[in-house]
Design a protein around this ligand. Structure first.
Ligand SMILES: *[C@@H]1O[C@H](CO)[C@@H](O)[C@H](O)[C@H]1NC(C)=O
Ligand SMILES: *[C@@H]1O[C@H](CO)[C@@H](O)[C@H](O)[C@H]1NC(C)=O
Ligand SMILES: [Zn+2]
Length: 993
């Protein structure tokens, strides 16, 4: 039940005797006729052709986002968004019939800031009259294969909030518009439905899928995007555009196109009106044959078009005029300026029934040997950096709320979360985290994230100073993954603050680069904690190069409270050389109380995995391989592998080494087998004493190319699990989808790429299972993977390619950097857990969450301030295991945005797939919740005002109507996979409370 704003306000007045006036004011009803009311009339007895003038403005691709905005570096690509918006506004004013849609708020925001107030007024009027309409409206048009839902929701919220605050309800987009992303995720559709969109349009889907849908008139459909949420919560009407997002052939009138203009003066040469009209009527008739209603849509625009909008509009005005003039001669085609929402409204009015879709649109192929499954892994280092940045941003957001204004202005200066939020939003673009941009643009995204993190660090330092009462300098070590941290390398006494952004306590292994041989580690109560020192591996020394000089790593387990921190102090006990190596003998077994892992003594490879609690045992071999990337010289197709496309030139990957040289380290905290496969491939198989998961820390690179062969490096797990061509992958880190080899649920697949055509995006986990065993692999970033053989799961880790794949980026994916001129080295982790299928989610859901939102470590040198507060939790109690605190961030001076999420699918867990109730007033320890209002998922509409078109599926399956009343005002019930979004009015509790 959505607590109505008015009801709530009334109730609050009742509860608090009129002291509070929450929520904030509702929009004034004005006389504007934006949205569906501003659509041009159509003719019910004719074929109505909706012309949608639009531009597709990538938030970075061949140029950086700011180069695109200004029109800088036109030598790379002629594109300048500021001129597009200038020119479009100008042209819209010339004729009130004209329409334009704008999509990417990252650009619109940049432009808006630079306009005079009179220009801003003019634009507001265009928006209020529906002549300029926002669609999609997120900061960017996110990638769907490699993004995590948490970051997507954040970037959508940021863009839509700007539109609402600038334009009010006329700025609220009614349709989602993902015309360019390279395949479409079910979770994206689910999110868009929960954000209140009435419909969704996109341009790219598998060419066989499209052909089948054209034949059956199923290019417009109803996507049921969740198997857990009650319909129509996650139902989204979805339309596939006829020409990708381009105009029909022969009708491109941008300055970047060469099609003939309409030459309509009979006194001049080359009069072509009859020819243009005839060609147009033919195209319209052809298009109408493959769509269901007497309305069709044509996207009139493309990448960075409308810089000189006069060219487009002058010709479109004429086209409309001359085509409609034929109605007098019996033509039944009616052309009009339109927008996607106006088109959608007509489809809704048609009151038809629509094919129901339950799976997703991956993988995407635009031809038999052109599978866009490479970008699932492209630029693995950027993909990981983006994921860590999300974790750090959530910590930054939370501390800003928990501490209040002193977090932004405090002993360490002025900090903010906004810079990082914008950097993250830009990084969600479909050529950003996807890895399909030019190298200099990838560098720009990374630089923005680093800069955002600098701003957040000040905020975090201020916050920790405020919460702990100690202004000691906080030191950040962002390179702990390669054992670099100048403070811990040299200090004899320091402390570690561990902040846990999850709403439940977490036990987490910490590894710190040190040079001593023995340390005393004490927790916040002064109790000594088991710690061990292990030598830094040669692989790590190789990656870190001259950036650090630690010979050892200090390893211990920390326990951090929910949404809070604890502090550990570390002091050197014994200096001296590293501990003697524990030996190079072939290991056979490592184990803790949960897992036993065996190795083949002859090969050094993993050989089995046993869960000691459930008494499960599987054989498990794991190794590294590479596919030889196609160079395009091939009789079947000249498609090479590149940033987008994965095309191995053989289905059999090369094994990097049949055996691994191994070294074993075993102590009371951790056991690890260090495997060395080649100068460029190594791995640590690691089992911490307290972990239910086996960690595989892989290090790959520089991928050799001296043989002139591009390489796509995978790891493959071959098990005794009896799968029958089926495996599972997550969608944007949330719901899990079943995948079947050489099969698509909605059409009869002719498989033409046995490997690339069976790759799917893995955002946070993949698994294989049979009746008794489930092996789940949790990843630390988005990667591509597949199950090519029964019982087997492979994950692509790194790619180094020598040819461009002719999709526009114009560079081979061949990453180097200043530190790695010989080729990028990438390190990451896979976490393996072996469970019974019926309880596996109880393990992998929290495990994946711990990888997505990882504890943040900060360090202070020297003795701890004895009066400081060593432990803090922002919660009164941990949230139940099914509930994830997805968002806690400052909205404005007084209000806080909170999202609570049920993180289990309805079928997944006996214990956790049940509704859970949370009491909002018993949530926070340092905040009083004074009022709350519920919003849609993107926080740009009050929940009780959210009203979407309803659509009828072809075969109506009656949804189970479950009514659910929240038991009380402050109690919020979450059902499986539900996310609920609130604005809270809070006040900080004073320390004396
Ligand atoms: C839509 O169609 C259904 C039957 O399929 C009919 O009952 C209903 O009245 C129609 N609604 C409108 C607005 O035409
Ligand atoms: C939308 O913005 C208006 C101001 O333009 C504000 O009053 C309203 O509360 C906002 N709506 C939401 C849902 O935040
Ligand atoms: Zn694009």
């Amino acid at each position: 039940m959505a607590v109505g704003v008015q009801q709530l306000a009334a109730a609050l007045l009742f509860i608090f005797g009129g002291v509070l006036s929450f929520p904030v004011g509702q929009e004034m009803k004005d006389t504007s006729t934006c949205g569906y009311e501003s659509c041009h009339a159509t003719k019910s007895n004719m074929l109505n052709v909706h012309l949608v003038p639009h531009t597709h403005d990538d938030v970075g691709w061949l140029k950086t986002v700011d180069q695109y905005f200004y029109g800088d570096r036109n030598d790379i690509q002629h594109a300048g968004v500021q001129y597009i918006l200038d020119s479009v506004v100008d042209q819209l004013l010339k004729n009130p019939d004209r329409r334009f849609i704008y999509v990417e708020t990252a650009f619109f925001y940049r432009w808006w800031k630079q306009q005079s107030s009179s220009m801003q007024q003019t634009v507001k009027q265009l928006v209020n009259e529906g002549r300029l309409e926002f669609v999609n409206g997120g900061w960017c048009m996110s990638d769907e294969a490699t993004t995590h839902y948490s970051a997507v929701i954040d970037q959508m919220t940021m863009g839509l909030r700007f539109l609402n605050e600038t334009f009010g309800h006329c700025g609220r987009p009614r349709v989602a518009w993902h015309i360019d992303p390279f395949g479409h995720a079910r979770e994206h559709a689910s999110m868009f439905a929960q954000m209140g969109y009435d419909g969704f349009f996109f341009g790219r889907l598998d060419y066989q899928d499209r052909a089948r849908r054209m034949m059956d008139k199923e290019q417009e459909l109803l996507w049921r995007a969740s198997d857990s949420l009650t319909p129509p919560m996650a139902d989204l009407f979805t339309g596939i555009l006829p020409n990708g997002y381009n105009p029909p052939e022969g009708f491109c009138w941008d300055q970047s196109c060469d099609d003939p203009p309409i030459r309509d003066d009979p006194d001049l040469e080359d009069y072509n009106v009859n020819d243009v009209v005839l060609r147009f009527l033919t195209i319209a008739a052809d298009q109408a044959r493959v769509y269901k209603t007497n309305h069709i849509i044509m996207t009139m625009g493309s990448d960075f078009q409308y810089e000189n909008a006069n060219l487009w509009y002058k010709n479109l005005d004429k086209l409309i005029h001359y085509v409609n003039a034929q109605q007098a001669n019996g033509s039944n085609v009616n052309v009009l300026y339109s927008t996607p929402s106006c088109y959608l409204q007509e489809l809704h009015r048609a009151n038809s029934t629509w094919a129901l879709k339950r799976d997703d649109f991956f993988p995407y192929a635009d031809d038999a040997h052109d599978f866009w499954t490479g970008y699932f892994t492209s630029r693995p280092a950027l993909k990981r950096y983006e994921r860590i940045s999300n974790s750090n941003l959530q910590t930054c957001n939370q501390l800003e709320v928990l501490v209040g204004p002193t977090s932004r202005k405090g002993p360490f200066g002025t900090g903010d979360s906004q810079t990082m939020r914008k950097a993250m939003a830009v990084a969600q673009h479909h050529d950003a985290v996807s890895g399909t941009e030019k190298q200099h643009v990838a560098n720009d995204y990374a630089r923005r994230l680093a800069n955002g993190w600098q701003h957040c660090q000040v905020l975090v330092s201020n916050s920790l100073a405020s919460l702990s009462g100690s202004s000691a300098e906080r030191i950040y070590c962002d390179n702990l993954n390669i054992s670099v941290c100048p403070l811990t390398e040299s200090s004899k006494k320091f402390s570690v603050n561990v902040y846990n952004p999850l709403a439940r306590p977490v036990s987490w292994p910490v590894r710190l680069p040190v040079n001593g041989k023995a340390y005393m580690v004490a927790d916040a109560n002064g109790k000594s904690v088991d710690s061990q020192v292990v030598p830094v591996s040669r692989a790590t020394q190789g990656v870190r190069k001259k950036r650090g000089f630690a010979v050892n790593e200090l390893v211990f387990q920390v326990q951090a409270p929910p949404l809070g921190y604890t502090t550990y102090s570390v002091s050197l006990l014994e200096d001296g050389p590293p501990p003697a190596s524990t030996g190079h003998r072939a290991p056979t077994v490592i184990q803790n109380k949960y897992l036993q892992v065996t190795f083949d003594p002859d090969t050094g490879l993993l050989s089995s995995l046993n869960n000691l609690e459930t008494k499960q045992s599987i054989s498990l071999t794991q190794n590294f391989y590479w596919y030889n990337a196609s160079d395009g010289n091939n009789s079947e197709s000249n498609q090479p592998s590149g940033a987008y496309i994965f095309r191995p030139n053989s289905s059999t990957p090369f094994i990097i080494s049949k055996t691994a040289k191994t070294e074993i380290i075993q102590n009371s905290v951790v056991q690890e087998v260090r495997q060395w496969f080649a100068p460029w491939v190594s791995q640590v198989v690691r089992l911490y004493a307290d972990s239910r998961a086996l960690e595989l820390e892989w290090t790959v690179g520089p991928v050799p190319i001296d043989d002139s062969l591009g390489k796509e490096v995978i790891t493959r797990l071959d098990t005794s699990i009896k799968t029958s061509e089926i495996f599972y992958t997550d969608s944007n880190g949330r719901e899990v989808l079943q995948r079947k080899k050489d099969f698509r649920p909605t059409w009869h697949l002719r498989q033409s790429e046995p490997i690339a055509g069976n790759y799917y995006p893995i955002n946070s986990r993949a698994f294989i299972k049979d009746d008794v065993d489930q092996l789940t692999v949790v990843t630390d970033r988005s990667q591509g993977g597949g199950s090519i053989h029964n019982g087997s799961l492979e994950i692509m880790l790194h790619r180094r390619l020598l040819y461009d794949d002719v999709r526009g980026v114009g560079e081979p994916l061949n990453e180097t950097s200043d530190i790695f001129p010989e080729g990028l080295v990438v390190r990451g982790r896979l976490l393996l857990s072996l469970d019974r299928p019926s309880t596996a989610a109880d393990t992998h859901r929290p495990l994946a969450q711990e990888v997505v939102l990882q504890p943040l470590l900060t360090f202070t040198d020297g003795e701890l301030d004895p009066s400081s507060q060593l432990e803090f939790s922002g919660l009164q109690a941990a949230l139940p295991p099914a509930v994830h605190l997805l968002t806690l961030s400052q909205w404005d001076e007084d209000l806080v945005l909170l999202r609570l999420e049920h993180q289990f699918q309805s079928w997944e867990s006996k214990i956790n797939s049940k509704p859970v109730t949370v009491n909002m007033q018993k949530l926070f320890s340092s905040l009083d919740v004074l009022g709350m209002s519920e919003l849609n998922l993107s926080a740009n509409q009050w929940k009780d005002e959210m009203k979407r078109f309803d659509w009828t599926p072809q075969k109506e399956e009656r949804p189970l109507l479950k009514t659910f009343e929240d038991p009380s005002m402050w109690e919020v019930t979450l059902r499986p996979m539900e996310i609920r979004t609130f604005l809270l009015r809070v006040s900080l509790r004073s320390a004396s409370d």
